[in-house]
Write a protein that binds this ligand. Structure first.
Ligand SMILES: CC(=O)SCCNC(=O)CCNC(=O)[C@H](O)C(C)(C)COP(=O)(O)OP(=O)(O)OC[C@H]1O[C@@H](n2cnc3c(N)ncnc32)[C@H](O)[C@@H]1OP(=O)(O)O
Ligand SMILES: CC(=O)C(=O)O
Ligand SMILES: [Mg+2]
Length: 296
């Protein structure tokens, strides 16, 4: 299946935006019950999402239509799950915000079926407990119906929790951003990067800033990013797809590696760099990324 490069939030109570999302090419649409929905509209969001699923509104869409419920600690989560999962058409993926401990995962692993699980890491406690959270999710998934699929870096809530204000490049949360990607890789989870802070200057979308931030995230090992507006989708999708030049380099390297193996050479020079097994693996990762990002 294709990986999630652009993950678009749509407030679950906003029918106009849900309809709009049908015409967009986001890899994953997040129908939100959480922070994009006003407190007095939570019920409206749940019911709208349930209806949307019941009516199979997105059945022809190539996007993955997922749902972000409210957090375990919010007192809204149980009702969200009952409504959102309480019909025949279940969302393929559930996003759990503000996961802070293995107990939160154990709470969720209780009662639903064969659904991908995406966990938000967005507090100091969550960053500290991250390996424990992932290990618990992995262990429980062998018997429970939720399948851990990805970690989301919730930079906005993390900043609120840390008592800092986010800068555009996010140096104040760099450690957490790097830790998340490292732990995600250790547990074979996709790492989904933070959303951009600045949307536009003088009403003109800051797409260059978005592009730069995607490239920085991709260099760290992230393979997708959260977006909140349609205009951001193609920039993110392109930034998380290796360029033609990189693919050509990787293909050439793999071919040269095979030739040198036949000659009994484990190390050789290709386009000015020393190549051995780890470089082969890096090149293979690029080819895998291209095929997982190509929708069929
Ligand atoms: C920290 C977090 O948790 S992030 C997640 C929570 N936040 C969100 O979910 C916010 C999602 N985004 C939005 O709601 C909107 O983009 C806003 C409120 C920021 C701006 O909305 P608008 O003022 O309507 O933006 P704008 O006028 O530029 O929109 C252009 C078109 O795109 C649509 N659109 C904008 N955002 C979205 C979206 N997220 N999903 C689908 N369609 C959208 C608008 O409805 C509009 O469509 P129309 O021309 O058919 O009316
Ligand atoms: C996206 C999100 O939930 C956050 O940044 O807090
Ligand atoms: Mg959040």
């Amino acid at each position: 299946c294709s990986s999630r490069r652009a993950i678009l939030y749509v407030p679950g109570d906003d029918i106009r935006k849900l309809n709009k999302a049908l015409s967009l090419d986001a890899d994953c649409i997040v129908m939100d019950c959480e922070d994009g929905v006003a407190t007095n509209r939570k019920e409206e969001a749940r019911v709208t999402i349930r209806q949307w699923l019941d009516e199979g509104r997105a059945s022809n869409s190539t996007s993955e239509w997922s749902v972000r419920v409210n957090s375990v600690e919010s007192d809204l989560c149980k009702e969200d799950l009952q409504t959102v999962l309480g019909g025949a058409n279940k969302p393929p993926t559930l996003l759990l915000p503000k996961v802070e401990s293995k107990e939160h995962i154990q709470w969720h692993m209780g009662g639903c079926q064969k659904i991908n699980l995406i966990m938000y890491i967005e507090s100091a406690r969550a960053v500290v407990n991250l390996p424990d959270i992932c290990r618990t999710a992995e262990q429980l998934s062998s018997t429970a119906p939720l399948k851990p699929a990805a970690l989301v870096f919730g930079s906005d809530d993390l900043c609120a929790n840390l008592g800092v204000t986010r800068s555009d490049n996010g140096t104040e949360i760099l450690y957490a951003r790097q830790k998340l990607v490292l732990v995600a890789k250790a547990f074979h989870l996709q790492a989904i990067d933070m959303r951009v802070q600045v949307l536009c200057f003088d009403n003109i979308p800051d797409l260059d800033g978005l592009q730069r931030q995607c490239e920085a995230g991709a260099r760290m090992g992230y393979t997708g990013k959260q977006v909140i507006h349609p205009v951001q989708i193609p920039i993110v999708q392109q930034a998380f797809m290796p360029t033609a030049a990189i693919v050509e380099w990787a293909e050439g390297l793999i071919a040269a590696f095979q030739e040198h193996q036949k000659l009994g050479k484990g190390a050789f020079v290709y386009k000015g760099s020393m190549i051995d097994m780890p470089l082969l693996r890096q090149a293979e990762n690029i080819i895998k990324l291209v095929s997982s990002n190509t929708k069929v």
